[in-house]
Design a binder for this molecule. Structure first.
Ligand SMILES: NC(=O)c1ccc[n+]([C@@H]2O[C@H](COP(=O)([O-])OP(=O)(O)OC[C@H]3O[C@@H](n4cnc5c(N)ncnc54)[C@H](OP(=O)(O)O)[C@@H]3O)[C@@H](O)[C@H]2O)c1
Length: 252
């Protein structure tokens, strides 16, 4: 199916990670020119660039830092699409009454503030009918005990930020769109050690599909939302990629 992404210039943040690298590969398969962002994983991003061949640009930035984000967009050149994939899930289960302010601030920064700075940088340079895709989480829809910081940040991305941006981007270009994906448990470095067969058995009790997502499952939805041909009249929407998850098991 034609996506209309051939020759489009696409920035993928977090392209050094599991879901981001799958997004970069999926955009490259559609003939897009992909700009790969990394934070600490320079080698992983460079390996991916070599795999995707000729002309793939690799850029590093801590997306919680305004100066680094500005430098990244200056170096990226003109962009048509941005997939804001980068994010951090602190794995330690800590209830709110024990949650240090330091972790709260770091998690909100690495997810919500990084997404705001990425969206701002992308929209400042946008001239055409671009597409922005945000990445939330089922934690932002259902909450996540022990991870209120992450759930709150992802909820803000999928709610107030997405819905405000949806109505703002049309001031830049009447056909500009912004959408989001909300992945559930997905195989990646982020979930390593949390998705053994036994753990998936437990996690998937509220899911119709009793498996976790592969990064490609999320990446394909990102590409569909980015496509002006497949999603040209879709904006402000959240696509949940979580095997039909209905909620959380709270008690055994
Ligand atoms: N895996 C899941 O189950 C799951 C579920 C729901 C939502 N998500 C969301 O999906 C997105 C991708 O996650 P993933 O599973 O692919 O995890 P991952 O493999 O750990 O990738 C995370 C990415 O974020 C980047 N990053 C982290 N902190 C950053 C910072 N301060 N500045 C810039 N980049 C930073 C990392 O860069 P470096 O590695 O280069 O440092 C990496 O590329 C995240 O937003 C995550 O919250 C994941």
């Amino acid at each position: 199916m034609e996506t209309g992404l051939t020759g489009k210039r696409v920035l993928v943040t977090g392209a050094s990670g599991g879901i981001g690298s799958a997004c970069a590969r999926a955009f490259a398969e559609e003939g897009a020119d992909v700009v790969l962002h990394f934070h600490r994983g320079k080698e992983r991003a460079e390996e991916l660039a070599a795999e995707l061949s000729g002309g793939t640009v690799v850029l590093g930035a801590d997306l919680t830092r305004e100066d680094e984000v500005d430098r990244m967009f200056a170096a990226a050149g003109s962009l048509d699409v941005c997939a804001a994939v980068a994010g951090v899930w602190p794995s330690a289960d800590v209830p709110v009454w024990e949650l240090p302010l330091r972790r709260w601030r770091a998690t909100v920064d690495a997810n919500l503030t990084a997404t705001f700075l990425t969206a701002r940088g992308f929209l400042r340079q946008l001239e055409g009918d671009g597409a922005l895709i945000l990445v939330g989480s089922t934690a932002g829809l259902l909450g996540e005990a022990g991870h209120a910081d992450y759930a709150a940040a992802k909820s803000a991305i999928l709610g107030g930020l997405l819905l405000s941006l949806k109505n703002e981007v049309v001031r830049k270009n009447p056909l500009a769109r912004v959408n989001a994906v909300a992945p559930g448990w997905t195989e990646s470095a982020m979930t390593r050690g949390h998705v053994s067969e036994e753990q998936v058995g437990r996690i998937s009790r509220t899911m119709a599909l009793r498996k976790i997502a592969r990064p490609e499952d999320v990446a394909r939805q990102v590409v569909v939302l980015a496509s002006p041909l497949l999603s040209g009249h879709v904006t402000g929407q959240v696509v949940t990629v979580a095997g039909g998850m209905e909620g959380r098991v709270i008690h055994d």
